[in-house]
Design a protein around this ligand. Structure first.
Ligand code: DON
Length: 592
């Protein structure tokens, strides 16, 4: 039995899609998505019970998921019915989305998984890495200028994928079911096909235009047409090999051969790069806030640090926020000043922790943030004084996305964000393998001071180097209360990821909104560059009096923004409350 909420049910028709001519890929796609609904797929649960070990007594009334599409919810339900736990379900969801949500779900990308298992927090970094032959200036022409699009489209944009290794590691360490069982739903969707919804056709059409015939994308995906069954026989074979031979097949077996062949003469990834790829268990970033323990993403994500900085500074600024209405002009102005500081620190200090000693503790230190918040006032003139990184100028020592949240009835949780970066990544499909490769190399800084597709610069700490992981903003987060999971949350959105999560958490905890309202409230975004710019979202535009007030304050308003597709589960007592962002087509489902 299950109880379900659908994001599509909340989609508002007030989209400003027609006002977004210059929006970049992911922004346009999300705006389009907000206009479309999604048909329901049928689900047949598999017979229960072949878990490896007996389960402890349940702590919650049910398990639950908040996932970006219906097929993934069905896969999770199948896994829970078979006795799987949150990690089994998460791995099944991840492989399923690689089939049914191919613009972001992936085996050719990478990501982060935050886990709470048997009362302990864990973090798995399966971020992509630069190939061994990557060089700092690989995207510059003879004159030292960035070659447009090179880090985004085609073979040279691709970093060594981490997703399969990540799922393999997570399932091996924490899963209860057999590896083959968790891949079964994905293999079935790839073999038998699934019904394409209009939003997926729109995303495919947009991506195809973007790739401009420079890749083999159309040969694989031109049949993604609304209403049609879409089958992926090569992907089914790849998944079947991975299911039979284990996750390392992707890095050492026939799939590795296919990737290396695809790259040969065009891209940089070799069999050695694949062989050397390893996911890394890292200490999650943790902090106390508002009576909760936050467990979130460490570097190479900037998201965990950014989220904690925002939450703590807002708490420090309580007197200034007193009586200030949510999303009013003074509210946006105060938050924008906090965001200037967070993005200034991000640019200076955040990078791959295997290359740099990132000063995480200092950056989330209470006294540091209290001091940092001191300069924030309601009367500040936007852009009047340049915002600098807060720990001084010293360098630290020598370092299309989707999210899903899962809890099981035993009180374990997975918060997972993974990505191809742009919609359908680089547009390069592995011939014979049937899957798209990422364009994560764009998350490095190609040249000092040049913004990436999300408009962020990231300084010397995020230059390209062999084997380095590019700086990310992905922020899969779990909140604990008295050692028990209270919230599982995350979203796609590039540099908007942690500002979106911050806003939803603020709505939940500072404004006591129910989950659905916390998600549907307006969200805005501001970062260091471009200065004085507030980004609004098509789902709930900033217009009318609020727009006039912000302009009068000195802000420029930009409406090119995709402001996330948050998938979260809040636990109230023993009842999980999953909620999917109305901006997308996700599904929140309680599973008995
Ligand atoms: O790792 C990052 O921060 C980006 N590659 C994430 C990209 C993203 O969220 C695109 N989503 N819509």
């Amino acid at each position: 039995m299950h109880v379900e909420t659908h994001a599509g049910a909340h989609v508002r028709s007030r989209s400003a899609h027609h006002r977004l001519p210059a929006a970049r890929g992911w922004a346009r796609v999300a705006a389009t998505l907000a206009l479309t609904g999604m048909l329901l797929a049928s689900f047949v649960a598999s017979p229960a019970a072949n878990a490896k070990t007996p389960q402890p007594k349940p702590m919650l009334d049910a398990s639950a998921v908040a996932v970006p599409d219906r097929y993934a919810a069905d896969a999770a339900q199948q896994i829970f019915a078979a006795g799987g736990n949150a990690v089994d379900a998460a791995v099944a969801v991840s492989f399923t989305l690689a089939v049914t949500y191919p613009d972001a779900g992936n085996i050719g990308g990478g990501g982060f998984m935050t886990v709470y298992m048997d009362g302990k927090p864990y973090f798995l970094d399966y971020r992509e890495k630069a190939p061994q032959s990557a060089t700092r200036d690989m995207y510059l022409d003879d004159k030292g200028n960035v070659i447009k699009g090179m880090s985004l489209v085609g073979h040279r944009a691709v970093a060594v994928p981490g997703t399969v290794e990540g799922m393999w590691e997570a399932q091996k360490r924490f899963g209860k079911l057999k590896w083959k069982q968790v891949l079964a739903p994905a293999i079935k969707y790839a073999t038998d096909g699934f019904t394409v919804q209009p939003w997926l056709q729109q995303r495919r059409e947009f991506a195809s235009k973007n790739f401009g015939g420079k890749t083999n994308f159309d040969a694989y995906f031109s049949n993604l047409k609304a209403g049609a069954m879409f089958r992926q026989p090569e992907l089914a074979q790849t998944l079947t090999r991975i299911a039979s031979d284990g996750g390392r097949e992707f890095y050492e077996g026939q799939t590795a051969d296919l990737i290396a062949q695809q790259m040969y003469g065009h891209g940089l990834i070799t069999k050695t790069d694949l062989l050397q790829y390893k996911a890394v268990w890292r200490e999650p970033v943790t902090a106390s806030w508002n009576g909760y323990q936050i467990v979130t993403a460490p570097p190479p994500s900037s998201g965990g640090v950014g989220l904690i900085q925002l939450l703590k500074m807002k708490a420090d600024l309580k007197p200034q926020f007193d009586g200030v209405a949510l999303n009013s002009e003074p509210y946006i102005h105060l938050i924008a000043q906090m965001e200037d500081r967070v993005f200034a620190d991000r640019q200076q200090y955040l990078g791959d922790p295997d290359s740099y000693r990132v000063p995480v503790d200092k950056l989330i230190d209470d006294a540091y943030l209290a001091k940092r918040a001191e300069g924030i006032t309601p009367d500040e003139v936007p852009g009047a004084a340049p915002v600098k990184p807060g720990l001084g100028d010293s360098m630290p020592e020598k370092a299309q996305t989707t999210h899903f949240s899962v809890v099981d009835k035993w009180g374990n949780a997975v918060s997972n964000t993974y990505t191809l970066n742009g919609p359908f990544g680089s547009g390069v499909v592995v011939d014979g393998g049937g899957f798209v490769l990422n364009d994560e190399m764009d998350d490095f800084e190609a040249k000092a001071g040049v913004q990436n597709q999300f408009g962020v610069t990231s300084g010397d700490v995020n230059t390209i180097a062999p084997g380095r992981r590019p700086l990310s903003s992905m922020t899969p987060t779990i909140l604990l209360k008295d050692g028990k999971v209270s919230l599982v949350i995350g979203t796609p959105g590039g540099s908007r990821i942690f500002t979106s999560i911050f806003q939803v958490m603020t709505n939940l905890y500072d404004f006591n909104m129910p989950p659905a309202d916390a998600l549907s409230a307006m969200r805005f975004h501001h970062q260091l560059l471009p200065q004085k710019t507030i980004y609004w979202e098509p789902y709930r535009p900033i217009d009318g009096e609020l727009a006039d007030q912000l302009k009068a304050r000195g802000y420029t308003l930009e409406g090119q923004l995709f402001n996330g597709d948050v998938q979260m589960i809040r636990i109230d007592g023993t009842a999980p409350q999953p909620a999917a962002d109305p901006r997308g087509v996700g599904v929140g489902r309680v599973i008995q």
